[in-house]
Ligand binder design. Structure first.
Ligand SMILES: Nc1ncnc2c1ncn2[C@@H]1O[C@H](COP(=O)(O)OP(=O)(O)OP(=O)(O)O)[C@@H](O)[C@H]1O
Length: 222
């Protein structure tokens, strides 16, 4: 069972676009989620300011992925409210989707498309160029390979590149370092730090140490 009313307040610079200084950009208030009629999350609360990071930890089945999906609006809340800058975040699903970069367990790449083609839709939607994002994850030499030929770590890096390309302020990452080697984890750390330095926020599930200095931790299933 997750901790009740566990709060994690994260600090960081708060740009005008994300609200008044000191105010939480994201606030989860007593979130409760059922899956197949079973109580998985019971009154989970936390706040996150611009530039902040929150690690979701706990044993298998504790509800970490479920919480990420609930925060993304992909899993209905049985009770509780998610606020974005003081407003009910889930009242306007398209607006909420636009503020989220989501990385699930599955990398969700089209196997027959090249790595670059897999990133094209995100690039069109955000208006951002693909090449700097390829460089950030050392993917340029692989850009014209079909995704089906990529290794597990290369696929993970591509999925992370798509999150970066989306330019959303709130990143929800399910075990982002899964399959990454040490160099790729260093690159991930640099990308996360740059995102937070611009006022972006990160919520990540993990079973291992992630390169997110100063992140708060929310323990589920304790
Ligand atoms: N689609 C679903 N329908 C019913 N129950 C589900 C569904 N998805 C997950 N669950 C259940 O919800 C609980 C929480 O699962 P979740 O995937 O959120 O755990 P987790 O903490 O992310 O685990 P792990 O560390 O193994 O990734 C589990 O008991 C799981 O069986």
């Amino acid at each position: 069972m997750p901790n009740r009313d566990k709060r994690a307040a994260c600090s960081g610079d708060l740009p005008d676009a994300l609200g008044a200084l000191g105010a939480p950009a994201l606030q989860a208030d007593s979130l409760t989620v059922l899956r197949a009629d079973r109580l998985v999350l019971d009154g989970v609360s936390f706040t996150l300011a611009a530039g902040g990071a929150l690690l979701l930890v706990g044993p298998n089945g504790a509800g970490k992925s479920t919480l990420l999906r609930a925060l993304a609006g992909l899993c209905p809340l049985a009770a509780g409210t998610l606020f974005w800058q003081g407003e009910n975040a889930l009242r306007d699903p398209p607006a909420h989707a636009a503020r989220i970069g989501f990385l699930g367990h599955a990398d969700a790449l089209k196997p027959g498309l090249t790595l670059r083609e897999n990133l094209r839709l995100a690039a069109i939607l955000s208006g951002r160029p693909v090449d700097p994002v390829l460089d950030a994850f050392d993917l340029a030499p692989l850009a014209d390979l079909p995704a089906r030929l990529l290794s597990a770590g290369q696929k993970r890096r591509t999925a992370l590149a798509r999150v970066l390309l989306g330019a959303a302020p709130l990143w929800l990452l399910d075990e982002p370092s899964l399959g990454l080697d040490a160099a790729a984890i260093d690159r991930l750390g640099a990308v996360l730090a740059a995102h937070r330095a611009q006022g972006g926020m990160v919520i990540a599930t993990t079973h291992v140490t992630l390169p997110l200095p100063g992140a708060e931790t929310l323990v589920l299933g304790a």
